[in-house]
Structure formats: C-alpha cells, structure tokens
Design a binder for this molecule. Structure first.
Ligand code: PMP
Length: 417
C-alpha cells in the first residue's frame, strides 16, 4: 500500500483529508510549512490568498498575542469596540484617503462569500433590479447567491437545481491587444425587448484566481466601468483574492484607474489568516436599515487587531508595494522561461497571482504533483485545472522565489520528459 493510500484510509474516516497533499502539516513560518514529521515545504499556495504576509508574521502574531494577553474583547457581534474603531480608522487613513476613495465599510462576516452576498443584496436593493452579470470562469463563492454568479459548471452542480436568474458574459478579450468589445452587451441592455432586462450589477474579478489566472486588461476594465456607469448598472469588483496587495497595489483595480461602486475584500484582509471580510460601498449605497443584515461573526475582534497591524506594517507608504512589484516581475520572467520550454504553454496572471497554462490539463496536474514531491506547494486553477497556479506570500525574498521557480522548472521538465 502506498503512503497516500494509507493516508486516505486513515483520514477518510473523518471525511476531511487532502488528496493532493497527503501529509499532516503542523508548523508554519513565512513561506514555509513543516509537517509533523519535520518535512519542510515551500508554500506557493498561501491559503488560496489568505496568507499574503506569509505564515505567522511576527508583527501580526505579536499584535494578536498582546491583545489576547490583555483580556480585550474577543467577540462583540455588532457592538462598537476599540479594536473595531482602530481598524476602521486605520483603513480610512491608510488605504482609502491616500487613494482619494470614499467608501462606507460593511463588515459582513468571516468569509469572502459573505462579502459577495452583501454586494449582491445591496445592488438589488439599490437598483430595484434582480439580475447580475458575471463572467465565464468567474469564482465568487459557494453559497446560493455567490454561486449563481460563479461561472464554473462543476461548482454550480453542487447546488443541484438551477440557481437564481443571472447571466454569464464571455470574459474573452481581456488578453489580446484588440479594442475591448462590449457592443453586444450594450445592445442587449439598450433593447428592452431583448428579454434580458437591465441588470442590477456586473461582478468581476480583475484576475480570475480560481478560473485560470485570466487577467483583465486595463482597457477592458475601463470600458466595462464606463458601460456600467452609462446604464446605471453597479460595478462590483470582487477583490477577495486579487486584493490586499496581490497584484502589486492594495486594490487590484487601481492600475486601471476605475472606481467600482462596490468592492469585496476578505482572505488576506486580517493579515494573519483569521476569518474576516469587508464590503466597501459608495456612500449612496449605504442603504441598510439597522438589522436588515446581520451575522454573528461580524464582531470577531482578533481579526480587527491583526488587520490593523497589517495595514500599519505594510501599507503606511509605498515601499512594500514596490517590493511586491519587483518580485512580480521576477516571477513573470521565471514562469515565462519555464512555459517557453513546453509547446503551447503560456504565462497567465498579474502580480504575484500568476501561473502557467498547459494545453493538456493532465500536464498541469502532473506538474503540481511533481512539485509536491519536491516539497513545493502549488495548486491548479481553471475550468479544467489546466493552469499551475503560483501564489507565494507577498513577503517572499528574491532567493526563496528563485528556489520555488527552480523546483517548478524541474517539476515541469521531468513531467515533459
Ligand atoms: N471571491 C473570490 C474571487 C474568491 O477567490 C473566493 C475564494 N476562493 C471567494 C470569493 C469566496 O471566499 P470564501 O471561500 O472565503 O467564502
């Protein structure tokens, strides 16, 4: 019996084992995870984007342990606390004001899906309309509303019956140099007889983290934003995975110079990996009456504390963003070099949210498995898992990044051989 079979047998009795990575992790610091047997793994998965500052960053960990040691409030539901006030003020001063952004902050609960559901509900309430347009290969979450705007048939099948009405638009001309063409969408929206009524909102990821690392071009996003504004359709940017610095700026849409009506954040917002999310609303969308939307874990103060520490440590000036941009360029060069060795393979993504797309999805799966054998953790992404996704912590050193790229190169070469 192989180690993997033994592992699956043992772990399947509790139905929560990991087929791709059949080991038991125990410790983690920075870009490294260590198993209970002391085996070290380089982590280029980063909790699917929840660990942008690496595992157990000492500054964030200290903020948490100090907070706990001092009998501060852990759970407060909707009550106002010092920790919540400090988070909101720091977010305003460090993130919103320097970018000239004016948003109200809803704290909808612990997960990215909570942030998306909030966005969808507010968009419907604000416009009085129902439909929400999303894009092919989009991923926005697993609850019924967020799943309805997720463009992955396998994930949608998990709900069994058809989901509420929404339409999926092709996310297909984001890469090439041609003029973005939303003419068909414009005609449908302008024609009340088209059968597709004007939607409440469009929801988009600027880089599709789960859907194959497709990165929207600047002009594509600008054209979409302009179209939404013209028709009074709200633009929701789901920055759950691409936000919090992943693309080299705090918000992934900054480079395009667009200002969404609603922004969803989660994953790395708390910095240390604690569950936390936020939905940012243009002030005119702050429409909920008290009690119209609630949730018990909106008041998880330890996440406010580590989030505040992360904003102060990494986003008080542009130094960290510049470092992420430098690493991003190195990652792109490395991935392009590896892809160039394989016919039909190419680079996908933006910033430190990138990968290699293989023509043969089996190859992507095999490369990820080979990488694991060499102690590098990378996931696959895309409708057919055709992309090897590389997502190191933003804090990674140039040397560690090269180490990971070297392993990936070996994994790719040995798979191709
Ligand atoms: N939106 C995006 C873009 C995501 O990548 C994810 C998670 N992969 C979600 C929403 C859902 O977040 P969560 O799993 O925390 O509910």
């Amino acid at each position: 019996m192989t180690d993997q079979t033994i592992f699956e047998r043992r772990e399947s009795t509790v139905r929560s084992y990991c087929r791709n990575w059949p080991v038991v992790f125990e410790k983690a610091t920075g870009a490294e995870q260590v198993t209970e047997d002391g085996e070290r793994y380089l982590d280029f998965f980063s909790g699917a984007g929840a660990l942008n500052y690496g595992h157990n960053h000492p500054v964030l960990k200290k903020a948490l342990t100090d907070y706990l040691a001092d009998d501060n409030v852990i759970h407060s539901l909707d009550m106002y606390t010092v920790a919540k006030r400090e988070f909101l003020e720091t977010f305003e001063e460090t993130i919103l004001q320097p970018r000239g952004l004016d948003y109200r902050v809803q704290l909808p609960g612990p997960t990215g899906t909570n942030a998306v559901e909030t966005a969808l509900k507010i968009a419907r309430k604000a416009t009085g309309r129902t439909d929400v347009v999303s894009f092919t290969n989009a991923f926005h979450g697993m609850t019924l509303g967020s799943l309805a705007v997720t463009g992955n048939s396998m994930k949608r099948a998990g709900a069994g019956t058809p989901l509420y009405h929404s339409s999926t638009a092709p996310y297909d001309d984001y890469l090439d140099g041609s003029t973005p063409d939303f003419g068909w969408l414009e005609r449908v929206w302008a024609d009340s007889g088209s059968g597709l009524s004007l939607p409440a909102a469009v929801i988009v990821e600027t880089v599709q983290g789960e859907g194959g690392l497709n990165a929207a071009r600047t002009e594509w996003l600008q054209t979409l934003a302009e179209l939404c504004e013209r028709f009074g359709v709200l633009l929701i940017v789901d920055d759950v995975q691409a936000g919090c610095g992943r693309t080299g700026r705090f918000f992934s849409f900054e480079e395009a110079g667009i200002v969404p009506d609603i922004v969803c954040l989660s994953k790395s917002l708390s910095g240390l990996g604690l569950p936390f999310s936020a939905t940012l609303l243009r002030p005119n969308l702050d429409l909920w009456e008290p009690g119209e939307h609630n949730g018990t874990f909106r008041g998880f103060n330890p996440a406010f504390v580590t989030a505040t520490a992360a904003l102060r440590k990494f986003w008080a000036d542009d130094t960290f963003a510049a470092q992420v941009q430098e690493r991003s360029a190195e990652l792109r060069t490395g991935l392009e070099e590896i892809a160039a060795q394989i016919p039909g393979a190419d680079y996908r993504g933006r910033g430190l949210l990138a990968g290699i797309r293989f023509e043969d999805p089996d190859m992507a799966e095999q490369v990820a498995a080979e990488a694991f054998r060499r102690h590098l953790l990378v996931e696959t992404s895309g409708a057919d898992s055709e992309v090897v996704k590389v997502m190191p912590p933003l804090t990674i050193s140039a040397a560690e990044l090269q180490q990971g790229l070297d392993i990936l190169r070996e994994a790719t070469t040995s798979t191709a051989a």
